[in-house]
Design a binder for this molecule. Structure first.
Ligand code: ADP
Length: 171
């Protein structure tokens, strides 16, 4: 059993693909830190860090988690600094199609170069259902008023629709 693992990402917003990884990771570790990246290089961020944390907390509360303490935090700066600060043993990442692989390996090698702390990276393969699911696809579907129930929880769906109305100036 792993003592403390971290699952970092942008989560803009959290999808059922992320939740599947969180649920599966929760079976491997005593404690799971879900870390929401604040200084994302992504330009098209819809939700503030506070909103993304709220969406995550809400969605995680609906998961059937047994013996794992899950906390959701925001983080700025280098992931390795957080890994050292929080004394993390394992970094969890989700892998979808081959397209994720190259980026993930690059990221992992860079992290390992930057840190003195020994930690392992565990890649969890995406479940078949969520193989092609990403937050950006979800935002696109929301923008065009498509059905979101397969991709996100009801709460996230509601908040996404609110966000689209806000962006369209409806409030
Ligand atoms: P990032 O900005 O790090 O890409 P994301 O929120 O897009 O953040 O993803 C966080 C992590 O979750 C990454 O490891 C990503 O590969 C993984 N992930 C995202 N969507 C899925 C999915 N549908 N199935 C499995 N893993 C996923």
């Amino acid at each position: 059993m792993i003592k403390r693992a971290i699952y970092p990402g942008s989560f803009d917003p959290v999808t059922k693909g992320h939740l599947d990884i969180i649920h599966r990771a929760s079976k491997l570790t005593e404690e799971l830190i879900v870390a929401v990246l604040q200084n994302s290089s992504k330009s098209n961020i819809w939700f503030s860090v506070e909103e993304r944390i709220n969406l995550l907390k809400h969605s995680i509360s609906e998961l059937d988690v047994e013996n794992c303490k899950i906390k959701v935090i925001a983080f700025k700066g280098l992931l390795v600094d957080l890994i050292e600060r929080e004394d993390v043993d394992v970094l969890i990442r989700g892998l979808r199609a081959v397209s994720d692989y190259e980026y993930e390996v690059q990221l992992d090698l860079t992290n390992k170069q930057l840190t003195k702390k020994e930690f392992e990276t565990i890649f969890l393969n995406s479940s078949r259902k969520y193989l092609y699911l990403s937050s950006s696809i979800v935002r696109d579907v929301a923008l065009h008023k498509g059905e979101l129930k397969y991709f996100v929880t009801d709460y996230v769906k509601k908040e996404l629709m609110k966000k689209v109305d806000e962006m369209n100036g409806k409030k």
